[in-house]
Design a protein. Structure first.
Lengths: 425, 304
């Protein structure tokens, strides 16, 4: 058994994020010889040290411009834990990628340059993490060497960040701040002697020991049906199973379930994972459920616990993170993909838009543009069994899709999961 | 359906398996004509194994497509045919040799055929009207791959446009595409080479024999051990010697190098992968060494 931490990193341009990730890979010996040689060959650094950011800037245009354009996924392991790291770009027009990385992360590392402190991008990234309910945050105050390892500079930045994250609803113990130099290696993997005033963990220590929150056992059972398995073969003439990934909660043989949106009730007769029959399955398991009744269930249906079935709705309030260059046009026909069901939809009103700096809500903005976060009213053509995102994220999330171009326009979260306290800008 | 097992769920391999199966079932639910790219190599064999588990007891609902460079290892072709037979698959073959024979492609000066695969691949996708194409690519293989989505849209010309990639949120995959476009799907995106070998061991998956140590006549070129075949042999001054080797990847015979190894069993291969200080592509693929951006350029043209 190995445990796995999925994390995301975010920072603004030139914070040295790629160098930090490169440093993590390098100091955990996750960089293999040929990769390092390739970096040394391509390295343009004047001081003769390998430029560790080249380990992670994958695309030619990124290397040429010296910035990270797209989310890159990195894999590294220590004896204590395996990590999947979504390295997300800081440049303002790529904030959509921060949303992508954050949507699957259990922890986010935000970077600031110690010389500049908390900037607009830091506030934006923290707001995105709070919106998507990333459970834990780390602030890496990078380039601490360039402020001569000055404690008071670090403390000022740390306090400003803590004030901001508290306003976003983060508890104090969910946020850790660490002074680092990715370039020199201070407090990334190895403890630094140049920050004697800092007695907290190194970044890697923290990543290795921070608790990973497993699936929420108390969450209600949710199971979007992906496909119906019906072999009609000589060996399995009557087999009929509903394949899917348990999105939330758990299910056991004998449980009563409701099929939404139609509302029929039936009982789980069997849970198959390939040839094995299971007594139960929980969030994250890809399984096939066999039911007591043949109810004509198809892809798009959601099986839920009978005791906690949501009422399917056609009108609801949601929070959108707008991700596309093309702004939102209220009243335009769109698609909403919820679980395994894609339905026609229309955004009827934009209620307000979040001011990232002050965390205040500006009423009636009329539209949402790329990188905006706001609350909208949505009408869908068929009833959807929605949960509030802050209660069941897996069935409280959806995509907004352009029906013509096919592009993903927005990340949708049912309800108002972001609770903020406005602060003085 | 004999044993009743307790559910596990936090082991890394279970997480990766569930994710890959979820991806395959999404494709089955949302696309009309998916296909699995199948070379007989370990990653594509893993795709077939996962598809078998994802749809059991129904048969795998996808055909397989082999882009055949003509530079094959006999063991791999025999293995490919045995797998097709065992799972009752439909095999489609796109033959680089046919394209060379009728003049649609010409042999490169270096004799390497990996870059020539793109045209037959794209034509086969168009001819069969495939709208989803499963590949065994992993993000740990190479820097350009590290940036690719699990559902990766390709234009009508098969091109990957990194700046236009769709954000991939939660596990909600957007497979919308226009007529003529298709989506490359990478269910093994989050696996590492070590995960692949651990899973092969756990699931007792058969592989072509060349993945295990054997004796072979080889010659050194560009720091790799190449073997003679229909693609040619040693040049003047390249000495042929007999060595105990195995392959970490299976590709075009002219540019796939063997590594020195005595690992004849899965346990020994696993131990070797754990110890290795080279990525599998760096160790064994001459085509990825062509330039710093070799993979990025080929992917933009429509390569795997």
């Amino acid at each position: 058994m190995t445990d796995l931490l999925r994390l995301a990193t975010a920072g603004s341009v030139d914070d040295g994020k790629s160098t930090l990730v490169g440093r993590l890979l390098y100091d955990t010996k996750s960089v293999l010889a040929d990769q390092l040689e390739a970096v040394e060959r391509a390295s343009k650094s004047a001081d003769g040290e390998p430029d560790l950011s080249l380990l992670v800037d994958g695309l030619r245009s990124e290397r040429e411009q010296g910035i990270t354009i797209d989310v890159a996924y990195r894999y590294f392991a220590t004896p204590r834990r395996s990590f999947v790291l979504a390295d997300t770009p800081g440049h303002v027009q790529y904030t959509r990628n921060t949303v992508t990385g954050a949507s699957t992360a259990a922890l986010a590392v935000l970077l600031v340059d110690a010389r500049h402190g908390v900037v607009e991008q830091t506030r934006r990234h923290a707001a995105v993490m709070a919106l998507l309910r990333v459970p834990r945050l780390v602030l890496a105050v990078n380039k601490i060497d360039l402020v001569d390892y000055d404690e008071s500079t670090y403390l000022t930045i740390a306090k400003e960040f803590r004030d901001h994250t508290a306003a976003l609803g983060y508890a104090e113990d969910a946020v850790v701040t660490i002074p680092v130099s990715a370039k020199k290696g201070d407090n990334v993997v190895l403890e630094s002697e140049r920050t004697p005033w800092y007695d907290g963990p190194t970044l890697l220590d923290h990543l290795e020991t921070v608790p990973v929150d497993g699936p929420d056992d108390a969450a209600p059972f949710r199971f979007p049906v992906q496909t119906v398995i019906r072999p009609r073969s000589a060996e399995h003439p009557d087999y009929r199973g509903y394949a899917g990934l348990v999105a939330a909660g758990s299910v056991s043989v004998g449980d009563e379930v409701v099929v939404l949106p139609d509302g029929q009730r039936t009982t789980v007769e069997g849970i198959d994972r390939y040839t094995a029959s299971l007594s139960s399955a929980s969030a994250g398991d890809s399984v096939v459920l066999r039911l007591a009744h043949d109810l004509g269930i198809a892809r798009g249906a959601v099986l839920v616990a009978a005791a906690s079935a949501p009422e399917p709705v056609t009108e609801f309030t949601a929070t959108l993170a707008w991700l596309h260059d093309k702004p939102l046009t209220p009243g335009r026909r769109l698609l909403v993909k919820h679980g395994t069901h894609t339905v026609q939809a229309m955004i009827t009103a934009v209620e307000d838009r979040l001011d990232i700096q002050t965390l205040a809500l500006d009423a009636d903005p009329g539209t949402l543009e790329i990188n905006d976060i706001g609350h909208v009213a949505i009408t869908v053509a068929e009833p959807l069994p929605l949960d509030d995102y802050d209660r069941v994220a897996a069935t409280g999330s959806f995509l907004v899709i352009d029906p013509q171009a096919g592009d993903t326009l927005a990340a949708g979260l049912v309800g108002r999961p972001l609770v903020t306290t406005p602060v003085d800008a | 359906m004999t044993a009743t097992l307790p559910t596990t769920g936090t082991d890394q391999l279970d997480v990766l398996e569930s994710e890959a199966i979820h991806v395959m079932r999404e494709v089955a639910g949302e696309f009309d004509r998916p296909v699995i790219l199948f070379s007989g190599g370990k990653d594509s064999m893993l795709l077939v194994h996962l598809a078998h588990k994802a749809f059991w007891p129904a048969p795998i609902p996808f055909p397989v497509l082999h882009v055949d460079t003509g530079h094959n290892f006999d063991e791999v072709i025999a293995f490919r045919d045995a797998v097709v037979e065992r799972y009752g698959l439909t095999l489609e073959v796109a033959s680089v040799q046919d394209y060379i024979d009728d003049g649609r492609l010409s042999e490169r000066a270096d004799g390497t055929r990996n870059p020539l695969q793109t045209t037959p691949l794209l034509n086969a996708i168009a001819d069969h009207r495939h709208d989803a194409v499963f590949g065994g690519g992993r993000r740990d293989e190479e820097r350009a791959r590290a940036k690719e989505r699990i559902f990766s849209l390709r234009t009508a010309f098969g091109a990957w446009e990194p700046s236009r990639q769709r954000p991939e949120l939660w596990n909600l995959y957007n497979g919308r595409h226009k007529p003529g476009e298709h989506v490359r799907v990478f269910p093994l995106s989050n696996w590492t080479e070590l995960d692949v070998w651990r899973y092969i061991q756990r699931e007792e998956i058969d592989l072509p024999s060349i993945y295990y140590a054997h004796t072979r006549d080889v010659f050194a070129r560009d720091g790799m051990w190449l073997t003679s075949g229909p693609w040619g042999g040693p040049r003047d001054g390249e000495e042929v010697i007999t060595k105990t080797v195995r392959y970490r990847t299976v590709g075009d015979g002219s540019c796939t190098g063997a590594v020195e190894s005595t690992a004849t069993t899965l346990d020994e291969v696993l131990a070797e992968v754990r110890e290795s200080r080279l990525t599998e592509r760096g160790a064994t693929r001459a085509d990825d060494r062509l330039s710093e951006a070799a993979m990025e350029d080929r992917k933009k043209e429509g390569y795997f």
